[in-house]
Write a protein that binds this ligand. Sequence first.
Ligand SMILES: [Zn+2]
Length: 98
Amino acid sequence: MALVNVMENIVEEKLHRMLEAEDCCKCERCFEDMKAKALNQLPARYVSTHNGELFSKLAATVRQSTIDINVAVANAIDVISAHPSHEGQSAADEDDNG
Ligand SMILES: [Zn+2]
């Protein structure tokens, strides 16, 4: 059994989708910053997962709070892309590990 914050999966998925339409830095660092910012604005939704139940729990959580999630993710993209935590606008292509 594992505990998962399904909100984290949802935010990550939404970020990927919404960033496709955005013309901003999408490097790993900005992505993580956006994800953290959005998650801090949203309630954590921990579920225990057995045998791939995760998907139905994800879907239920999405249905409950789609608007909040969209707003939080859009806001996070706005703020982080305007003030990336690294220098410059272009994605720094540092390859740390992996
Ligand atoms: Zn960046």
